[in-house]
Design a protein around this ligand. Structure first.
Ligand SMILES: Nc1ncnc2c1ncn2[C@@H]1O[C@H](COP(=O)(O)OP(=O)(O)O)[C@@H](O)[C@H]1O
Ligand SMILES: [Mg+2]
Length: 276
């Protein structure tokens, strides 16, 4: 079992898009994937084709209805999702406070999910520091930090490379050996994008595990309630390579393909990322 978070100091960088695609690509390989939306934007369900009429949800009812099993929604992709659910700004703030004061509500639910054999839990998170991600940080096997290939993200790359974005102290240090970078919306025809790509590569080394090109097909697919899961040239191929890199880095193996399957959950040897 493995716990993977898609996170970023910034919003609008592709966390939800990439989390949904990686979850679906891992489900295609036969893994049991639960996608858990921790972002009050409640957008992950849209990518996974959940009906707007669907009322099952998880985090927005935390503290009142903690039964996560009843909130699981099956999707066509094979991923089972726990939608965030509806939350007005006040409720979202209350929840953030609840998660800060009593992180065990969420941590315990995720512990139960991870106790199921061969499960991969994929987290979509709100931008910046947030109580939900902090509650689960000690359990993370992998934190995929997303940034864009633009000037705003370039300013943050040094903080990601030095792990300052993960916080200080023992908690931050523990997360550091499992945090990797993915650069999104890379455009090879744009000099600035190229320069940010090179900067990220130099700063992160083998901890930069993927790059996804800017591809209008991703936004169009969302509008058409589709996903790019067939390795289509462009972002589809990049997402498939990313899912491969994550599976390899976590040693997920193919379900039912022998003793390596289900033995993941380790992210100790970051150097292994460099060999892909
Ligand atoms: N590689 C890409 N190429 C083109 N558009 C993208 C790409 N990745 C994400 N987008 C678009 O960027 C917007 C923000 O993506 P989203 O996944 O919602 O970001 P976040 O969850 O970080 O806020 C969406 O409209 C999405 O379709
Ligand atoms: Mg999002």
């Amino acid at each position: 079992m493995s716990l993977i978070a898609f996170a970023s100091p910034k919003g609008g960088v592709g966390k939800t898009t990439v989390a949904a695609h990686v979850a679906a690509l891992l489900a295609r390989r036969g893994h049991k994937v639960i996608a858990l939306d921790l972002d009050p934007q409640n957008a992950l369900r849209l990518h996974l084709g959940v009906s707007l009429r669907e009322e099952r949800c998880f985090l927005s009812r935390l503290g009142t209805r903690p039964a996560w099993r009843e909130a699981l929604v099956e999707t066509e992709s094979g991923v089972r999702i726990l939608p965030y659910g509806p939350a007005d700004p006040l409720r979202a703030l209350e929840l953030s406070q609840l998660l800060t004061n009593e992180p065990q509500h969420l941590a315990e639910a995720v512990r139960e999910m991870l106790a199921m054999p061969d499960v991969i839990v994929v987290l979509d998170t709100p931008p910046g520091p947030n109580a939900a991600l902090a509650a689960l940080m000690p359990r993370l096997d992998l934190m995929v930090i997303l940034l864009l290939a633009d000037a705003g993200s370039a300013a943050i790359i040094p903080q990601v490379a030095s792990n300052r974005v993960l916080g200080r102290g023992t908690l931050g240090a523990r997360a550091a050996d499992r945090a990797v970078l993915v650069l999104n919306q890379v455009d090879e025809h744009e000099p600035l994008s190229d320069a940010v790509f090179d900067m990220a590569r130099n700063a992160m080394g083998s901890r930069m595990i993927g790059a996804i090109c800017r591809d209008p097909a991703l936004a169009e697919a969302l509008a058409d309630k589709r996903m790019l899961l067939d390795g289509e040239p462009g972002a589809g191929e990049d997402l498939e390579l990313l899912a491969d890199a994550i599976a390899k880095g976590l040693k997920l193996g193919r379900p039912g393909s022998g003793p390596s399957g289900g033995q993941g959950g380790g992210f100790s040897a970051l150097s292994e990322w460099g060999s892909q």
